[in-house]
Write a protein that binds this ligand. Structure first.
Ligand code: GDP
Ligand code: MG
Length: 248
């Protein structure tokens, strides 16, 4: 029997994608449960997800109220996944940018000993398809800056397509993270690396969404630049003072 696993799937206005995506996930990963974390999407995403729950099976829909934030949605979804005792937690986007066919590969890498698997656009075999030039440049150079500032060897810290060994994720206490946008994903990678976790990357082809709209915004981009710079400085200061404790 395969290890129990769950996909935490944050959604905001994914009405045009959610039903097909849940069906595709079920085909690709028949034994993996799904927790949809919806931020009260005005387009009715949560209702649509619930509408196929019986058909898809192993599906729970969480509805959050209050401010919509990717970081908050993940913090909440991970807490529920921990409480339910899943040993492996997968994260992915709900817009078909992440191919569900990669999920078994990720689960296999966790099984083989990885603590976390990052689906990476920036390792051999990985890439982006149909992504506008400005998004490609922002992502590629943002990730290069992140790797240099944080001195980590992960090439795609902002990828949301991942698998985690739950006990390793729990050890860094994701509920205590603070980033709201995709910087949350970088925050987790940094904390995992600082904690000595074995983080591996597997290539993915990231496809731009065909339906629905991106929630990317200037404040989210700015948050990421500011936080990465701040973490980079904090990590450097800590290295200068080896006696001090981790996290800064
Ligand atoms: N629950 C929740 N999900 C979000 C929020 N922002 C984005 N998402 C979801 O996170 C995933 C990635 O967001 P997306 O807009 O596609 O970002 P992009 O791929 O960087 O353009 C998608 O599944 C979105 O529906 C949010 O504030 N709350
Ligand atoms: Mg997207």
């Amino acid at each position: 029997m395969a290890v129990r696993s769950v996909i935490v799937l944050p959604t905001y206005n994914e009405a045009e994608n959610i039903v097909d995506l849940l069906r595709a996930v079920r085909r690709a990963a028949p034994d993996t449960d799904v927790i949809v974390v919806d931020d009260s999407s005005p387009d009715g995403t949560a209702d649509l997800a619930e509408g196929v729950a019986a058909e898809v099976g192993g599906l729970k829909v969480l509805r959050r109220r209050g401010r919509a934030s990717l970081g908050d949605a993940y913090r909440y979804g991970f807490t529920v996944a921990f409480d339910e005792g899943y040993p492996v937690i997968v994260s992915m986007d709900a817009d078909f940018s992440h191919d569900p066919a990669v999920i078994p590969t990720m689960l296999g890498l966790i099984d083989a000993g990885a603590d976390a698997v990052v689906g990476s656009r920036y390792v051999p075999g990985g890439g982006t398809v149909h992504w506008p030039l400005h998004r490609r440049l922002l992502s590629k150079w943002g990730n290069r800056y992140t790797a240099a500032a944080l001195r980590i060897s992960v090439h795609d810290s902002t990828s949301g397509f991942r698998a985690y060994r739950a006990e390793r994720l729990r050890a860094i206490d994701p509920a205590a993270t603070t980033a709201e946008g995709y910087a949350f994903l970088t925050e987790l990678v940094r904390e995992l690396v600082l904690d000595g976790a074995h983080v591996v990357e597997t290539p993915i082809l990231f496809r731009d969404r065909v339906r629905g709209t991106s929630k990317m915004s200037w404040p989210i981009i700015l948050e990421s630049m500011v936080l990465v710079t701040r973490w980079g400085v904090a990590d450097r200061l800590r290295r200068l003072r080896p006696a001090s404790r981790r996290r800064g």
